[in-house]
Design a protein around this ligand. Sequence first.
Ligand SMILES: Nc1ncnc2c1ncn2[C@@H]1O[C@H](COP(=O)(O)OP(=O)(O)OP(=O)(O)O)[C@@H](O)[C@H]1O
Ligand SMILES: [Mg+2]
Length: 342
Amino acid sequence: MTVSLEQLRRCSVAVDLGAARTRVYLKRFGVIVDAPSAVAVNTRSGALIAVGAPAERMVGRTPEHIRVVRPVAGGTVVDIDMARRMLRALLGDRLRRAWRRRPTLRAAVCVPHGAEPLARRAAVETLTGLGARRVELVDGLIAAAVGSGLPVTEPEATMIVLCGASTSHTAVLSLGSIVAAETVPVGGEVIDRAVVQHLRSHHELLLPGQAVHPLHLAMSVAPAGRSEAEVYGRDVTTGRFRTVSVDTDDVRAALRPPLTSLVDAIRGVLRQCQPDLVADLADRGITLVGGSAALPGLDTMLRQATGMPVRVAEQPAVCAVEGLGAMLEGRVRPLHRDPLGR
Ligand SMILES: Nc1ncnc2c1ncn2[C@@H]1O[C@H](COP(=O)(O)OP(=O)(O)OP(=O)(O)O)[C@@H](O)[C@H]1O
Ligand SMILES: [Mg+2]
Protein backbone atom coordinates (compact mmCIF):
# COMPACT_ATOMS: atom_id res chain seq x y z
CA MET A 1 0.00 0.00 0.00
CA THR A 2 1.34 3.43 -0.88
CA VAL A 3 0.05 6.74 0.31
CA SER A 4 0.30 10.13 -1.37
CA LEU A 5 1.22 13.43 0.28
CA GLU A 6 -2.25 14.66 -0.72
CA GLN A 7 -3.86 11.88 1.34
CA LEU A 8 -1.56 12.64 4.28
CA ARG A 9 -2.55 16.31 4.25
CA ARG A 10 -6.10 15.15 5.00
CA CYS A 11 -4.99 13.42 8.22
CA SER A 12 -5.34 15.24 11.56
CA VAL A 13 -3.30 12.99 13.78
CA ALA A 14 0.01 11.10 13.32
CA VAL A 15 1.10 8.21 15.51
CA ASP A 16 4.49 6.52 15.96
CA LEU A 17 4.03 3.40 18.07
CA GLY A 18 7.48 2.21 19.15
CA ALA A 19 8.67 -0.67 21.31
CA ALA A 20 10.02 1.86 23.82
CA ARG A 21 7.94 5.01 23.28
CA THR A 22 4.64 6.15 21.81
CA ARG A 23 4.52 9.54 20.11
CA VAL A 24 1.53 11.41 18.79
CA TYR A 25 1.45 14.55 16.63
CA LEU A 26 -1.78 16.52 16.43
CA LYS A 27 -2.17 18.82 13.43
CA ARG A 28 -1.62 22.49 14.32
CA PHE A 29 -0.49 21.53 17.85
CA GLY A 30 2.68 19.47 17.30
CA VAL A 31 3.84 16.52 19.41
CA ILE A 32 1.29 16.13 22.20
CA VAL A 33 2.35 12.68 23.49
CA ASP A 34 5.86 11.29 23.98
CA ALA A 35 5.61 8.57 26.61
CA PRO A 36 6.89 5.05 27.32
CA SER A 37 4.83 2.34 25.56
CA ALA A 38 3.72 0.67 28.78
CA VAL A 39 0.38 -0.17 30.41
CA ALA A 40 -0.10 -1.44 33.98
CA VAL A 41 -3.23 -3.56 34.45
CA ASN A 42 -4.89 -5.28 37.35
CA THR A 43 -4.92 -8.96 36.34
CA ARG A 44 -7.88 -9.71 38.64
CA SER A 45 -10.27 -7.01 37.47
CA GLY A 46 -8.70 -6.15 34.11
CA ALA A 47 -8.72 -2.46 35.17
CA LEU A 48 -6.11 -0.10 33.84
CA ILE A 49 -3.87 1.16 36.65
CA ALA A 50 -1.34 3.36 34.86
CA VAL A 51 0.00 4.18 31.39
CA GLY A 52 3.22 5.69 30.09
CA ALA A 53 5.91 6.80 32.55
CA PRO A 54 4.07 5.77 35.76
CA ALA A 55 3.48 2.28 34.28
CA GLU A 56 7.11 1.96 33.25
CA ARG A 57 8.29 2.88 36.75
CA MET A 58 6.33 -0.14 38.02
CA VAL A 59 8.40 -2.64 35.98
CA GLY A 60 10.05 -5.09 38.41
CA ARG A 61 8.17 -3.60 41.36
CA THR A 62 4.64 -4.96 40.88
CA PRO A 63 2.71 -7.19 43.27
CA GLU A 64 1.28 -10.40 41.83
CA HIS A 65 -2.04 -8.90 40.69
CA ILE A 66 -0.47 -6.09 38.65
CA ARG A 67 1.13 -6.72 35.27
CA VAL A 68 2.99 -4.21 33.13
CA VAL A 69 2.26 -4.86 29.46
CA ARG A 70 4.24 -3.57 26.49
CA PRO A 71 1.76 -3.58 23.59
CA VAL A 72 4.42 -2.87 20.94
CA ALA A 73 7.39 -5.13 20.17
CA GLY A 74 9.88 -4.98 17.34
CA GLY A 75 8.17 -1.82 16.09
CA THR A 76 4.80 -3.53 15.60
CA VAL A 77 1.63 -3.67 17.66
CA VAL A 78 1.45 -7.11 19.28
CA ASP A 79 -1.50 -6.42 21.58
CA ILE A 80 -4.08 -4.31 19.73
CA ASP A 81 -6.48 -4.00 22.67
CA MET A 82 -3.77 -2.80 25.06
CA ALA A 83 -2.33 -0.44 22.43
CA ARG A 84 -5.78 1.15 22.03
CA ARG A 85 -6.28 1.47 25.79
CA MET A 86 -2.83 2.99 26.13
CA LEU A 87 -3.41 5.54 23.34
CA ARG A 88 -6.87 6.40 24.65
CA ALA A 89 -5.46 7.06 28.13
CA LEU A 90 -2.42 8.98 26.87
CA LEU A 91 -4.55 11.20 24.65
CA GLY A 92 -7.35 11.67 27.18
CA ASP A 93 -9.52 14.71 26.53
CA ARG A 94 -7.46 15.84 23.56
CA LEU A 95 -8.64 12.81 21.59
CA ARG A 96 -12.29 13.46 22.41
CA ARG A 97 -11.94 17.15 21.45
CA ALA A 98 -10.21 16.28 18.14
CA TRP A 99 -12.93 13.72 17.37
CA ARG A 100 -15.69 16.23 18.13
CA ARG A 101 -14.10 18.80 15.80
CA ARG A 102 -13.61 16.24 13.00
CA PRO A 103 -15.89 13.22 13.27
CA THR A 104 -14.39 11.81 10.06
CA LEU A 105 -10.92 11.89 11.52
CA ARG A 106 -8.07 10.38 9.51
CA ALA A 107 -4.86 9.17 11.07
CA ALA A 108 -1.35 8.54 9.75
CA VAL A 109 0.76 5.83 11.38
CA CYS A 110 4.44 4.96 11.00
CA VAL A 111 5.20 1.33 10.24
CA PRO A 112 8.68 -0.19 10.23
CA HIS A 113 10.30 -0.53 6.83
CA GLY A 114 9.33 -3.88 5.30
CA ALA A 115 6.53 -4.51 7.84
CA GLU A 116 4.53 -7.69 7.19
CA PRO A 117 0.86 -7.36 6.13
CA LEU A 118 -0.24 -8.59 9.58
CA ALA A 119 1.80 -5.89 11.32
CA ARG A 120 0.37 -3.24 8.99
CA ARG A 121 -3.14 -4.47 9.71
CA ALA A 122 -2.51 -4.34 13.46
CA ALA A 123 -1.48 -0.67 13.13
CA VAL A 124 -4.63 0.12 11.14
CA GLU A 125 -6.92 -1.77 13.55
CA THR A 126 -5.41 0.00 16.56
CA LEU A 127 -6.39 3.39 15.14
CA THR A 128 -9.73 2.41 13.64
CA GLY A 129 -10.65 0.99 17.07
CA LEU A 130 -10.10 4.50 18.43
CA GLY A 131 -12.55 5.93 15.91
CA ALA A 132 -10.33 6.89 12.96
CA ARG A 133 -12.33 6.62 9.72
CA ARG A 134 -9.23 6.05 7.61
CA VAL A 135 -5.64 5.18 8.46
CA GLU A 136 -2.68 5.94 6.18
CA LEU A 137 0.52 3.96 6.69
CA VAL A 138 3.91 5.59 6.13
CA ASP A 139 7.30 3.88 6.04
CA GLY A 140 9.11 4.88 9.26
CA LEU A 141 12.37 5.39 7.36
CA ILE A 142 10.83 8.00 5.05
CA ALA A 143 9.08 9.73 7.96
CA ALA A 144 12.35 9.86 9.95
CA ALA A 145 14.33 11.11 6.94
CA VAL A 146 11.81 13.94 6.43
CA GLY A 147 11.84 14.74 10.18
CA SER A 148 15.65 14.91 10.24
CA GLY A 149 15.57 17.63 7.58
CA LEU A 150 17.17 15.56 4.81
CA PRO A 151 16.24 16.67 1.27
CA VAL A 152 14.44 13.38 0.58
CA THR A 153 12.53 14.64 -2.45
CA GLU A 154 15.67 15.86 -4.28
CA PRO A 155 17.47 13.84 -6.96
CA GLU A 156 20.45 13.20 -4.72
CA ALA A 157 21.28 10.32 -2.43
CA THR A 158 20.90 10.57 1.32
CA MET A 159 21.68 7.84 3.83
CA ILE A 160 19.84 7.34 7.06
CA VAL A 161 20.38 4.95 9.98
CA LEU A 162 17.32 4.69 12.23
CA CYS A 163 18.31 3.17 15.59
CA GLY A 164 15.24 2.34 17.65
CA ALA A 165 14.79 0.29 20.78
CA SER A 166 14.50 -3.15 19.24
CA THR A 167 15.53 -2.77 15.62
CA SER A 168 17.66 -0.59 13.39
CA HIS A 169 16.93 0.20 9.77
CA THR A 170 19.38 1.69 7.35
CA ALA A 171 18.58 3.01 3.88
CA VAL A 172 19.72 5.12 0.97
CA LEU A 173 16.99 7.41 -0.35
CA SER A 174 16.71 9.43 -3.51
CA LEU A 175 13.74 11.26 -5.10
CA GLY A 176 11.53 10.36 -2.16
CA SER A 177 12.00 6.63 -2.57
CA ILE A 178 14.07 4.01 -0.83
CA VAL A 179 16.81 2.81 -3.17
CA ALA A 180 18.19 0.14 -0.84
CA ALA A 181 17.50 -0.78 2.77
CA GLU A 182 18.39 -3.33 5.42
CA THR A 183 17.01 -4.11 8.86
CA VAL A 184 18.89 -5.63 11.79
CA PRO A 185 17.47 -6.72 15.15
CA VAL A 186 19.79 -4.34 17.01
CA GLY A 187 18.63 -1.36 19.02
CA GLY A 188 19.03 0.36 22.37
CA GLU A 189 17.46 -2.56 24.24
CA VAL A 190 19.85 -5.08 22.67
CA ILE A 191 22.82 -2.87 23.50
CA ASP A 192 21.63 -2.37 27.09
CA ARG A 193 21.13 -6.14 27.42
CA ALA A 194 24.70 -6.80 26.19
CA VAL A 195 26.02 -4.45 28.93
CA VAL A 196 23.83 -6.07 31.61
CA GLN A 197 24.89 -9.58 30.56
CA HIS A 198 28.57 -8.64 30.57
CA LEU A 199 28.31 -7.31 34.14
CA ARG A 200 26.41 -10.37 35.23
CA SER A 201 28.82 -12.92 33.79
CA HIS A 202 32.12 -11.09 34.44
CA HIS A 203 31.37 -9.24 37.68
CA GLU A 204 28.40 -11.22 39.07
CA LEU A 205 26.49 -7.98 39.29
CA LEU A 206 22.82 -7.38 38.55
CA LEU A 207 22.26 -3.91 37.17
CA PRO A 208 18.99 -1.98 37.33
CA GLY A 209 17.96 -0.76 33.84
CA GLN A 210 18.49 2.94 34.56
CA ALA A 211 22.14 2.34 35.53
CA VAL A 212 23.12 1.42 31.95
CA HIS A 213 23.07 4.91 30.42
CA PRO A 214 25.76 6.42 32.70
CA LEU A 215 27.95 3.47 31.74
CA HIS A 216 27.48 4.28 28.03
CA LEU A 217 28.73 7.75 28.84
CA ALA A 218 31.80 6.44 30.67
CA MET A 219 32.61 4.29 27.65
CA SER A 220 32.50 7.22 25.28
CA VAL A 221 34.73 9.45 27.41
CA ALA A 222 37.87 7.49 26.58
CA PRO A 223 37.04 5.79 23.29
CA ALA A 224 40.65 4.90 22.52
CA GLY A 225 42.38 4.04 25.77
CA ARG A 226 41.53 1.77 28.69
CA SER A 227 39.53 3.33 31.48
CA GLU A 228 37.60 2.21 34.50
CA ALA A 229 34.03 3.04 35.49
CA GLU A 230 32.49 2.55 38.90
CA VAL A 231 29.25 0.57 38.67
CA TYR A 232 26.79 0.10 41.51
CA GLY A 233 24.59 -2.99 41.47
CA ARG A 234 23.35 -6.05 43.31
CA ASP A 235 25.56 -9.09 43.86
CA VAL A 236 24.15 -12.14 42.03
CA THR A 237 24.78 -14.57 44.92
CA THR A 238 24.54 -12.52 48.13
CA GLY A 239 21.85 -10.10 46.90
CA ARG A 240 23.76 -7.23 48.57
CA PHE A 241 24.53 -3.97 46.81
CA ARG A 242 28.18 -3.32 45.99
CA THR A 243 30.33 -1.20 43.69
CA VAL A 244 32.67 -2.75 41.14
CA SER A 245 35.28 -1.22 38.93
CA VAL A 246 34.54 -2.11 35.31
CA ASP A 247 37.04 -1.93 32.47
CA THR A 248 35.20 0.08 29.79
CA ASP A 249 37.29 -1.61 27.08
CA ASP A 250 35.77 -4.97 28.08
CA VAL A 251 32.26 -3.49 27.89
CA ARG A 252 33.05 -2.14 24.44
CA ALA A 253 34.17 -5.65 23.43
CA ALA A 254 30.83 -7.04 24.68
CA LEU A 255 29.02 -4.54 22.45
CA ARG A 256 31.01 -5.50 19.38
CA PRO A 257 28.69 -8.29 18.06
CA PRO A 258 25.51 -6.16 17.89
CA LEU A 259 27.37 -3.11 16.60
CA THR A 260 29.16 -5.20 13.95
CA SER A 261 25.82 -6.35 12.52
CA LEU A 262 24.73 -2.70 12.30
CA VAL A 263 27.93 -1.81 10.41
CA ASP A 264 27.43 -4.86 8.13
CA ALA A 265 23.90 -3.63 7.31
CA ILE A 266 25.25 -0.18 6.36
CA ARG A 267 27.92 -1.76 4.14
CA GLY A 268 25.29 -4.07 2.61
CA VAL A 269 23.10 -1.08 1.66
CA LEU A 270 26.08 0.77 0.13
CA ARG A 271 26.98 -2.31 -1.91
CA GLN A 272 23.48 -2.33 -3.45
CA CYS A 273 23.77 1.30 -4.65
CA GLN A 274 25.01 2.61 -8.00
CA PRO A 275 28.41 4.39 -7.87
CA ASP A 276 26.80 7.83 -8.56
CA LEU A 277 24.66 7.51 -5.47
CA VAL A 278 27.61 6.41 -3.33
CA ALA A 279 29.55 9.44 -4.59
CA ASP A 280 26.74 11.76 -3.34
CA LEU A 281 26.96 10.08 0.04
CA ALA A 282 30.70 10.67 0.38
CA ASP A 283 29.91 14.38 0.99
CA ARG A 284 26.65 14.26 2.84
CA GLY A 285 27.42 11.11 4.79
CA ILE A 286 25.11 9.28 7.14
CA THR A 287 22.39 10.84 9.31
CA LEU A 288 21.65 9.00 12.55
CA VAL A 289 18.07 9.14 13.86
CA GLY A 290 15.99 7.27 16.47
CA GLY A 291 16.35 7.26 20.26
CA SER A 292 19.49 5.09 20.22
CA ALA A 293 21.26 7.57 17.91
CA ALA A 294 21.97 9.42 21.18
CA LEU A 295 24.09 6.49 22.38
CA PRO A 296 27.39 8.18 23.28
CA GLY A 297 30.16 7.26 20.84
CA LEU A 298 27.89 5.55 18.27
CA ASP A 299 28.53 8.28 15.68
CA THR A 300 32.31 8.06 16.19
CA MET A 301 32.24 4.27 15.91
CA LEU A 302 30.24 4.40 12.66
CA ARG A 303 32.51 7.14 11.26
CA GLN A 304 35.56 4.95 11.91
CA ALA A 305 33.93 1.78 10.57
CA THR A 306 32.55 3.29 7.34
CA GLY A 307 35.02 6.11 6.64
CA MET A 308 32.01 8.37 5.94
CA PRO A 309 30.86 11.59 7.67
CA VAL A 310 28.23 10.77 10.32
CA ARG A 311 25.92 13.32 11.96
CA VAL A 312 23.32 12.79 14.64
CA ALA A 313 20.02 14.52 13.77
CA GLU A 314 18.77 17.26 16.05
CA GLN A 315 16.33 15.59 18.44
CA PRO A 316 16.88 12.16 16.84
CA ALA A 317 14.20 10.39 18.91
CA VAL A 318 11.28 12.42 17.53
CA CYS A 319 12.36 12.56 13.86
CA ALA A 320 9.79 9.98 12.67
CA VAL A 321 6.76 11.60 14.32
CA GLU A 322 7.94 15.11 13.41
CA GLY A 323 8.40 13.93 9.81
CA LEU A 324 4.84 12.58 9.76
CA GLY A 325 3.72 15.88 11.26
CA ALA A 326 5.49 17.83 8.50
CA MET A 327 3.61 15.74 5.90
CA LEU A 328 0.27 16.35 7.66
CA GLU A 329 0.90 20.09 7.74
CA GLY A 330 1.80 20.11 4.04
CA ARG A 331 5.38 21.25 4.72
CA VAL A 332 6.80 18.55 2.40
CA ARG A 333 6.45 19.60 -1.20
CA PRO A 334 7.17 17.18 -4.01
CA LEU A 335 9.67 18.69 -6.45
CA HIS A 336 9.45 16.23 -9.28
CA ARG A 337 6.60 13.94 -8.34
CA ASP A 338 4.79 12.93 -5.22
CA PRO A 339 7.54 11.10 -3.30
CA LEU A 340 5.16 8.68 -1.61
CA GLY A 341 2.73 8.00 -4.44
CA ARG A 342 3.47 5.75 -7.36
N1 LIG B 1 20.63 9.36 25.66
C1 LIG B 1 20.52 8.07 25.33
N2 LIG B 1 21.61 7.26 25.36
C2 LIG B 1 21.53 5.98 24.99
N3 LIG B 1 20.39 5.38 24.60
C3 LIG B 1 19.29 6.14 24.55
C4 LIG B 1 19.28 7.51 24.91
N4 LIG B 1 18.02 7.98 24.78
C5 LIG B 1 17.28 6.94 24.35
N5 LIG B 1 18.02 5.85 24.24
C6 LIG B 1 17.57 4.51 23.83
O1 LIG B 1 16.76 4.66 22.69
C7 LIG B 1 15.79 3.63 22.66
C8 LIG B 1 14.46 4.24 22.32
O2 LIG B 1 14.53 4.75 21.02
P1 LIG B 1 13.21 5.12 20.22
O3 LIG B 1 12.43 6.11 20.99
O4 LIG B 1 13.62 5.44 18.84
O5 LIG B 1 12.49 3.70 20.27
P2 LIG B 1 11.11 3.24 19.68
O6 LIG B 1 10.74 4.11 18.53
O7 LIG B 1 10.13 3.11 20.77
O8 LIG B 1 11.53 1.77 19.20
P3 LIG B 1 11.31 0.99 17.83
O9 LIG B 1 11.23 2.01 16.74
O10 LIG B 1 12.51 0.09 17.73
O11 LIG B 1 10.05 0.22 18.03
C9 LIG B 1 15.78 2.98 24.03
O12 LIG B 1 16.33 1.67 23.92
C10 LIG B 1 16.68 3.88 24.87
O13 LIG B 1 17.44 3.13 25.77
MG1 LIG C 1 10.65 3.99 16.48
